[in-house]
Design a binder for this molecule. Structure first.
Ligand code: WTA
Length: 657
């Protein structure tokens, strides 16, 4: 298991003592309304997990046929609600059309240029059924994978639910990924159909999605059809027979398509995320358990009520968008705001204008965004009426107490509870978080595990650490929304998550638990970076760099960044015949963008003549981390093969600086 810090020990310097009890009025009306009630639920779930989960599953989800068994646990392989038949699209759409909510807004959408659309549950049903028939017409059958590479438009939600309707697992690829990254994902899951758009808007420019899709399709032999939604009117190349306009196919599709009852364990989606190796992992989620987990957490953590207007700002390309823009809130029949653009276009007040315009009551966003808002200044939120807000959420990385306080005061007017939610692509749903009507919050802490979730902080060999001691965060019992495997690679699934601490799920995060039972997440302890809330592996960026002809070797590390949490620093040695230059530095940055996407663009590229390595040839990243951060190296360097490398690296830095 890797060492989390230079000294090898996990230490935390945070000493936060401010405590915010749930406002009484909020607590009175909340789904879970006291700490005692929370504790009771947690204890009950701990004593009788299967009974607890069966109760939640029966209460929250509509099943076509009940399960024979709640859990079949064959570590590390779990089957939840085996024997049951269910359909995610039925749960997120049709069942809300059977009662008084059929005319309720499901999605309130705003495009970057300011265009607006509202889809009521009935509209969503018609659109989803139509597109499901379109997919069927293209030969998509139950079990076939469909890739979605779309901007944040309602069609992304429609397409995902249409896949779920016919039992075709989807894989959503974030629109910021490059053609190469898209191709790698399509090749791995052997998608048959790709749904994309001519382009998408980003800060006034058009991102050429179809052009990227064409680049990917050229190297993906499994791909038979590309469906293109016309969003921007951008001219696009066309491959006759393979490419189809969304509107043309839809014009001829029936709006009747009964949802296909699938097994509870039928794959719902594959979502690629970075691990500690160069190749992204296809995280596989299945239907029944995932729906139970996302619906339950949406209800308890966001305290959703029928009249809420809920806004999760995450892109559907990430797990947060899957669980908390699509499946969780729609399963509960909530009204969701969806926004296509960036927070600072056309100006830095865009989010606050949206909240004012739609009277948003619940906002769920990321610390990196909050820190950007702080930097832009209070004048932007002050210009808007934010009094509709009643609850604020944070996700994706540790939120520093200063940002937490700003969010609470400036955005929440001091009256809205803040829920700092810890979870991962792999966990499917929120795991550690305050319940806003029950849990006293502490800035910077995700507080307590949700009922049914049993995390622990342990040492390398699995021994629980003491109060306030840092260690590795694990989860000891299976939960319904957990990943089932890495798509097509059960061995990697076992090795990656279940072998460090045998019998427990290893999260890859470091944490400590304080004397009040609150968890403090300290970030990744493996080679995964968290850049502006996006997961990237150092090796992914390294392989992108070494695929450039000028690069001999590359080592990538994270360095602290006030806005993004972590920035990317790369150390590069060059092939003979190439010389370090500003020109080359630019070329390498662009090369990484082409290989992965703009989110992976290195902030710093350091040219060096050698990398610090151990005698066995392993790059000593912790030394590079210190150099990248501009701090003195502590810790042991005696295993370094060539001590002079460090001296040369430092000298070079001084020259360059
Ligand atoms: C980090 C995003 C601290 C963590 C849902 C985790 C957090 C990784 C928090 C998962 C939080 C997420 N506090 N750290 N509230 N939420 N993380 O898969 O390191 O994109 O392992 O899922 O983000 O990132 P992922």
């Amino acid at each position: 298991m890797p060492s989390p810090t230079s000294s090898g020990a996990i230490t935390s310097v945070l000493q936060e003592t401010r405590v915010f009890p749930p406002p009484a009025e909020f607590a009175r009306a909340a789904h879970v309304s006291s700490l005692e009630q929370y504790q009771e639920l947690w204890n009950r779930a701990k004593d009788d997990p299967e009974g607890f989960w069966a109760e939640q599953a029966g209460r929250l989800i509509s099943w076509f046929k009940p399960w024979d068994r709640v859990l079949d646990w064959n570590p590390p392989f779990a089957k939840w609600f085996e024997g049951a038949l269910v359909n995610a699209s039925y749960n997120c759409v049709d069942r809300h059309c059977e009662g008084p909510n059929k005319n309720k807004a499901a999605l309130i959408w705003e495009g970057e240029p300011g265009d607006r659309r509202v889809l009521r549950y009935q509209d969503l049903q018609r659109e989803v059924a139509r597109f499901a028939n379109v997919l069927k017409g293209l030969g998509v059958r139950k079990g076939d994978v469909v890739a979605l590479y779309l901007p944040m438009i309602p069609e992304l939600v429609v397409a995902a639910l249409a896949c779920a309707r016919i039992g075709a697992p989807h894989t959503v690829v974030f629109g910021g990924f490059s053609a190469e990254a898209l191709a790698g994902r399509i090749q791995d899951c052997k998608a048959k159909v790709l749904v994309t758009a001519d382009g998408g808007y980003r800060r006034g420019k058009v991102v050429p999605l179809k052009e990227n899709a064409d680049g990917a399709a050229a190297v993906c032999p499994t791909l038979q059809h590309v469906v293109v939604y016309r969003r921007t009117g951008l001219d696009v190349a066309w491959s006759h027979g393979r490419d189809h306009w969304w509107h043309e196919l839809e014009a001829n599709a029936s709006a009747v398509c009964p949802p296909e009852p699938v097994d509870s364990e039928h794959p719902l989606f594959i979502l690629y995320t970075s691990g500690s190796t160069g190749k992204p992992k296809g995280i596989l989620h299945t239907t029944g358990g995932y729906l139970v987990g996302t619906a339950l957490t949406t209800q308890w953590v966001f305290d959703i009520k029928d009249d809420d207007t809920y806004w999760c700002t995450a892109d559907v390309g990430w797990v947060t968008g899957h669980s908390y823009l699509v499946y969780g809130p729609l399963a509960l029949g909530a009204t969701c705001v969806m926004f296509e653009g960036a927070p600072n276009w056309p100006d830095e007040g865009r989010f606050w204008k949206i909240i004012e315009d739609y009277r948003v009551t619940i906002l769920y966003t990321a610390p990196t965004a909050i820190r950007a808002f702080m930097k832009w200044g209070e004048q932007f939120p002050r210009r808007h009426d934010l009094s509709s807000l009643r609850l604020l959420g944070s996700v994706g990385e540790p939120i520093n107490p200063e940002a937490w306080m700003w969010y609470h005061k400036v955005i929440g007017g001091g009256r809205c509870p803040v829920v700092d939610t810890w979870w991962q692509t792999e966990t499917g749903a929120i795991m550690i978080s305050p319940l806003p009507g029950a849990t006293p919050t502490v800035p910077g802490s995700a507080t307590r595990p949700l009922p049914g979730i049993v995390p622990e902080v342990v040492t390398k060999d699995g021994t629980p650490v003491g109060v306030n001691e840092g260690g590795f965060l694990i989860v000891k019992q299976p939960w319904p929304s957990m990943l089932r495997t890495i798509y097509g690679d059960d061995d990697r699934y076992k090795a990656q998550y279940w072998s460090d601490i045998p019998g427990s799920y290893f999260t890859g995060d470091g944490a400590r638990r304080d004397e009040n039972g609150n968890f403090w997440i300290m970030g990744r302890v493996d080679d995964v970076l968290n850049v502006a809330g996006h997961r990237l592996s150092t090796m992914e960026v390294e392989s992108a760099l070494v695929s450039h002809r000028a690069v001999a070797e590359a080592a990538v590390v994270g360095k602290p960044d006030d806005l993004k949490g972590q920035a990317i620093a790369a150390f590069v040695t060059l092939e003979s015949g190439y010389a370090a230059s500003e020109e080359l530095r630019k070329e390498l940055r662009n090369h990484v963008v082409k290989e992965i996407g703009a989110l992976a663009r290195p902030d710093d590229i350091h040219f060096t003549d050698a990398l610090p390595k151990t005698r066995s040839g392993k790059i000593m990243r912790r030394l590079l981390r210190d150099i990248a951060a501009g701090v003195e190296s502590g810790g042991d360097t005696s295993t370094l093969e060539d001590l002079s490398v460090m001296v040369r690296l430092r000298r070079f830095e001084q020259k360059a600086g």
